[in-house]
Design a protein around this ligand. Structure first.
Ligand code: 5GP
Ligand code: MN
Length: 324
């Protein structure tokens, strides 16, 4: 991280009296790990910080310290906003994106980040946003307590699916090693955040797996609202399914279409190494990484499915012509 950027962030954090840290809607392990990790670090520095996410903290991350303190709406007007793991302003959710006239520090690791902050610290080479926050803490000489180290490790472990994704390098492992040295528990974090799930969600996966379709290297399925109701599965408990399906040999791209409660369709995309799904996601209003992206679209499931599949087929054909 550039020293000037570290300085700029430090100056703004120091000067602020009430900081609002916000993470993205439909939060994942890196979103919540970053929110609670940065929150814990700021609290340890004696800063007044409110931690917010428009959606509730998913069950998988409620073992992390501070998860019960996350609010879904802004209270008193803050004098500094910090977004973590958000690739664009709208990812903060409607009510937070609408907060105007408050300086914003944008801390994120997505290639598709739109640089929407007053200070933008974006590192696509980092495997997780929490890895960046570890760097921040170290750069500022902040002490890391074990519960905070668990939060930061949670982001690393979930975004790399336990250090198995293509972007894991020596830096990633080095960061994890320092978090373990600070008292984080890899086995606990991996089990809580990645492995544990309800029986209902596995049964729902069963239904979705039965409905899989494969055409020209694209493997896809859908999770309807009726399926989620049948197995009592919340909106966002399904991204594990696309991770699981990304191991299918015959698939170059995986797409899981989920009907969420507000009527939107959430699309989770995965690509085999060498293929890029981030560009299609970006073009359709979403974002993410080359190998794991997502987007949300209005419209009914059939419509969204056709539109996204058409784009994916076109993009895959283009990429295959380009790379031979
Ligand atoms: P997942 O498929 O696990 O939900 O998400 C994969 C990646 O895509 C994550 O990095 C996530 O932040 C990003 N992503 C998922 N959904 C959206 C979306 O609706 N908008 C944007 N900008 N990014 C998304
Ligand atoms: Mn995320």
């Amino acid at each position: 991280m550039k020293p000037s950027l570290l300085q700029a962030i430090n100056d703004r954090l120091r000067a602020a009296r009430h900081i609002l840290v916000v993470t993205h809607v439909g939060p994942d392990g890196d979103a919540i790990g970053s929110l609670l990790g940065l929150g814990g670090l700021l609290w340890d520095q004696g800063k007044a910080a409110t931690l917010a996410c428009e959606d509730p903290v998913p069950e998988s991350y409620r073992f992390l310290a501070g998860s019960e303190l996350v609010v879904q709406q802004a209270g008193n007007r803050p004098d500094l906003l910090v977004s973590v793991d958000c690739s664009d302003r709208d990812r903060m959710g409607e009510s937070f994106a609408a907060l105007e006239g408050i300086p914003l520090i944008n801390i994120d690791h997505h290639v598709t980040n739109t640089m929407f902050g007053d200070v933008n610290w974006v590192e696509p080479s980092c495997a997780s946003t929490t890895q960046m926050l570890l760097e921040l803490a170290e750069g500022l000489g902040w002490q890391l307590r074990p519960p905070v180290a668990d939060c930061l490790l949670c982001g690393l472990v979930t975004d790399t699916r336990s250090f198995r994704t293509a972007n894991v390098d020596g830096e990633t492992i080095g960061a994890a090693q320092r978090l373990l040295a600070a008292g984080a528990s890899l086995s606990r974090v991996a089990r809580q955040a990645l492995d544990l799930r309800s029986l209902g969600s596995v049964r729902l996966w069963g239904e979705a797996v039965n409905a899989l379709q494969l055409r020209d290297g694209i493997l896809w399925t859908r999770v309807t609202r009726a399926m989620r109701q049948r197995w009592s599965v919340e909106d966002r408990e399904t991204s594990g399914l696309s991770n699981f399906l990304s191991g299918v040999r015959e698939a170059r791209i995986v797409a899981v279409f989920t009907e969420v409660d507000n009527g939107d369709v959430d699309v989770s995309l995965r690509a085999q190494p060498g293929v890029d799904v981030a560009q299609v996601a970006l073009r359709l209003g979403g974002g993410g990484h080359a190998l794991a992206s997502g987007l949300t679209m209005k419209g009914d499931l059939d419509e969204v499915e056709q539109r996204v599949l058409a784009e994916l087929h076109r993009s895959l054909a283009e990429q295959e012509t380009r790379h031979g």
